[in-house]
Design a protein around this ligand. Structure first.
Ligand code: SAH
Length: 258
């Protein structure tokens, strides 16, 4: 027998978009094992209290502190669940935990870390609307907390020129409320058409709303931090039906002209 300290484990878990029916069995099993739960206040609140589970809820924007806390607890032998909404690899805690590990003490590298995927907001939203992401698409985080606005605008322009459908996360950041208005201006300039834009708010929750608006009629107040925005490509179509429209992007693209 050696006297090595007990090593726990870190599970980085995606809680899905909100509805418990969209939480995977794998995530549920990992949550059931946890002794400690780390995450942003509203996500930690989504996990039911039970004996033996200690919750460590924190405010937004302290991702690296959470990551460090997770390793400290795991080295004490705890089974730590770090939770994110949607998928933890999409603008969320998984990269933050690995960044903590990258720059943290070398002893942290002996801690097992497992990532449990979840249904990310853009996929839950796209399923509600039809299949707007059926061809090539990209996902852009419109928050400029962690990157300069110039870079966001460059990516937007190039994505529009490349005719990707797009998904926007964090469309209106508190620190830069004008950012989404600027986003719409850039798209309206680059695309010059009435392609459908989907504003999907609180997807899978009881107050879910899905609005489909032509690009040239979109206004900044249509999105907030609870909204994921999907923008079609030039090929995206709206199918009208008596029970409501379907938005889809065909799987084939027109041949490029030589
Ligand atoms: N890891 C998360 C994204 C975190 S960034 C995921 O994979 O979904 C937070 C942003 O995600 C929000 O600003 C919003 O744009 C989007 N979002 C998360 N849950 C949502 C939901 N239920 N409905 C609509 N958008 C959601």
């Amino acid at each position: 027998m050696t006297n090595k300290p007990a090593t726990g484990v870190i599970h980085i878990i995606g809680l899905g978009p909100g509805d418990n029916a969209l939480l995977t069995d794998d995530a549920r099993a990992a949550l059931a094992e946890a002794t400690d739960l780390i995450g942003y206040v509203p996500y930690v609140a989504r996990v039911a209290d039970r004996p033996g589970l200690t919750k460590h809820a924190s405010d937004n924007r302290v991702e690296i502190d959470r990551a460090n806390h997770a390793f400290e607890l795991a080295l004490q032998g705890r089974v730590v669940a770090v939770v994110s909404s949607g998928d933890p690899g999409v603008f969320a805690m998984a990269a933050a935990v690995f960044e903590g590990l990258d720059f943290g003490p070398s002893e942290w590298r002996s801690v097992p870390v497992h990532v449990h995927p979840g249904i990310t907001a853009m996929l839950a939203a796209s399923a509600r609307a039809g299949a707007p992401l059926g061809h090539d698409f990209c996902a852009i985080n419109l928050s400029d907390n962690l990157k300069p606005w110039d870079l966001i605008e460059k990516r937007l322009r190039l994505a529009a020129q490349a005719d990707f459908a797009m998904a926007f996360y964090n469309p209106r950041s508190k620190s830069r409320p004008e950012g989404f208005g600027r986003t719409l201006q850039v798209l309206q300039e680059e695309c010059r058409d009435a392609r459908p834009v989907i504003f999907a708010r609180n997807v899978s929750l009881p107050d879910e709303t899905i609005r489909i608006v032509p690009l040239n009629e979109c206004t900044p107040n249509m999105a907030d931090m609870r909204t994921v925005v999907l923008v079609g490509s030039s090929q995206t179509r709206v199918l009208d039906r008596p029970m409501g429209p379907i938005v889809y992007t065909p799987r084939t693209a027109p041949k490029a002209r030589s």
